[in-house]
Write a protein that binds this ligand. Structure first.
Ligand code: FEO
Length: 400
C-alpha cells in the first residue's frame, strides 16, 4: 500500500507500507510489523525527487508519482543513499525522465554504477554544496558510515526540513504519518530502538562524532523526514538527543541478557540457574533460547545490557548453530561497553565454549570469567554452583 501525504504546500511524501514482508534491509533483519519506505517530491520551478522506493512498492510508486506530477516532469533526483530499499526504483524513474539530473555522493555514484550496470552522468556533491530549483535551495551533508559509506542527508532551508534517509528511521508501520500521532514511549522509541540496534549501532562512533557537527551548524529544523517509519515534527530534539544517548551507549542498565541453546536440556537448566542467581540479587534478566528467539529483538535487548552471557551445548566440536548466528550478529553490530561470559554442557569434548569466548571478544565484549562447563546433566550440586555463578556476577555488576 502506498500513501501520499502533502506535508507542505509544495512537498509530497510517498509512504510505502509493506505489512506483509518481514525481511527488512535485505534478508537478515526480521521485523514484527513489516516496514515502511518514504520518498519525497518537492514541486518548484524545477521538480526534485528525494530518494525512490523499495522493490515491493516500485510499481505503485511510479503510478502515484505520475499522478502528483500532473503532466510535469522530474528535473532532479537526489539519491541520499544507494541501498536498494531506497534506490530500487531509480532506474525506472530515470527511464521515465532521462533528462533528470542525479545528485549524490561520490561513493554513491560509484555504487549506483555497480548496482545498475548503466552509465549515467551523476553530479557528485560534497558537504555544504547547494542546488537551487527556483525558490528552494537544497544543501547536502555527507554522513559516511551512517550507515553505509555513501550516505548523505539533504536540508531544505526555506521549509526547515531535513531529509535524513536511514537516520532517525523507525519500524513504525501504522497508518499515521507524524510522530505526534503516536505515543513516544510506548510505540515510537521502542520501534526506533530496534531500528537503531540492528541498523545504526555498528556506526555509533560516527553518529557520536558527526551528529554534533551537524547540530553545530545551527540549522533551524521544523521537520525531520527519514526514509523509514514516520516524520518527526513535534519533539525533534527528543529523537536527536536519544540518538546521541544510543550512540554513546549512555543507557546501559543493570541488566543481563542470557542467550542459550540446548540439545538435551542441560544447558537450559544451567541458564535458568544463572538467571535465578542474578534475579535474586536484583538484576534484571532477559533469557532467550536462540532457537525460538527473534535475533533482532535479542540484539536490541543487548544494546542497553551491562552483561551478555552466551550458553551452548557442545555440538560435536563446536557451538549449536543458532548460537553462532547470534554471535555473528554481535560481531557485525558491535554492541559496546559490556562484559560477558560463556557457559554450557558437553559430553566428551569441551572446546565449544572457548570458540564462543573468541567470538565474544571479536564482538568487543570484555570476557570476564572462564567458561562455565557442565559435564552431561547438571546435578543438584552443579545447579547450586550455576546459581552461585549468577550471584557472583550480580555482585560484580552492582559494584561497577
Ligand atoms: Fe534503508 Fe541503508 O537503507
Amino acid at each position: 500500500m502506498l500513501q501520499i501525504h502533502q506535508i507542505k504546500e509544495n512537498i509530497y511524501c510517498f509512504r510505502g507500507l509493506d505489512r506483509t514482508h518481514f525481511d527488512f534491509h535485505g534478508s537478515v533483519f526480521k521485523t514484527t510489523d513489516g516496514a515502511s519506505y518514504m520518498a519525497y517530491l518537492v514541486i518548484d520551478k524545477e521538480i526534485t525527487l528525494i530518494d525512490t522506493m523499495d522493490e515491493a512498492l516500485t510499481e505503485e510508486f511510479k503510478v502515484e508519482v505520475l499522478k502528483v506530477l500532473n503532466g510535469r516532469k522530474i528535473d532532479n533526483i537526489i539519491i541520499n543513499h544507494v541501498e536498494p530499499d531506497h534506490s530500487f526504483a531509480y532506474e525506472d524513474i530515470k527511464d521515465m525522465f532521462p533528462e533528470a539530473k542525479t545528485y549524490c555522493s561520490k561513493l554513491a555514484a560509484k555504487a549506483l554504477k555497480n548496482m545498475f550496470f548503466k552509465e549515467h552522468t551523476y553530479t557528485e556533491v560534497d558537504s555544504l554544496e547547494t542546488i537551487n530549483t527556483g525558490k528552494y535551495n537544497f544543501t547536502f551533508a555527507l554522513t559516511p558510515f551512517i550507515h553505509w559509506p555513501d550516505n548523505m542527508i539533504t536540508y531544505l532551508g526555506e521549509e526547515k526540513i531535513l531529509f535524513s534517509n536511514d537516520a532517525f528511521g523507525s519500524l513504525v508501520t501504522g497508518d499515521a504519518l507524524y510522530d505526534d500521532e503516536y505515543d513516544y514511549d510506548k510505540d515510537l522509541f521502542r520501534h526506533c530502538k530496534e531500528y537503531y540496534a540492528n541498523i545504526v549501532m555498528p556506526c555509533s562512533k560516527f553518529v557520536a562524532k558527526r551528529l554534533p557537527e551537524i547540530l553545530g551548524l545551527n540549522l533551524p529544523i521544523e521537520m525531520v523526514c527519514p526514509s523509514h517509519g514516520i516524520i518527526w515534527r513535534k519533539d525533534i530534539i527528543k529523537i536527536i538527543t536519544q540518538y546521541l544517548k544510543w550512540a554513546n551507549f549512555e543507557e546501559i542498565k543493570d541488566k543481563v541478557v542470557i542467550v542459550y541453546d540446548t540439545i538435551w536440556d542441560s544447558t537450559h537448566k544451567v541458564a535458568k540457574e544463572i538467571a535465578s542467581g542474578l534475579e535474586e540479587k536484583g538484576i534484571e534478566v532477559s533469557l532467550y533460547r536462540a532457537k525460538t528467539a527473534r535475533p533482532s529483538e535479542v540484539i536490541t535487548d543487548i544494546m542497553d545490557a551491562k552483561a551478555v552471557l552466551i550458553g551452548s551445548s557442545n555440538f560435536n566440536n563446536t557451538m549449536v548453530p543458532t548460537i553462532a548466528d547470534i554471535l555473528e550478529r554481535m560481531i557485525a553490530l558491535k554492541p559496546q561497553g559490556k562484559i560477558g561470559m560463556s557457559f554450557g554442557s558437553f559430553g566428551w569434548v569441551n572446546t565449544h565454549l572457548k570458540r564462543i569466548d573468541t567470538r565474544l571478544e571479536e564482538a568487543g565484549i570484555n570476557v570476564i570469567e572462564a567458561p562455565h562447563y557442565e559435564n552431561f546433566r547438571p546435578d543438584e550440586k552443579d545447579r547450586e554452583f550455576a546459581k552461585a555463578v549468577g550471584e557472583n556476577l550480580a555482585k560484580r555488576i552492582l559494584e561497577k
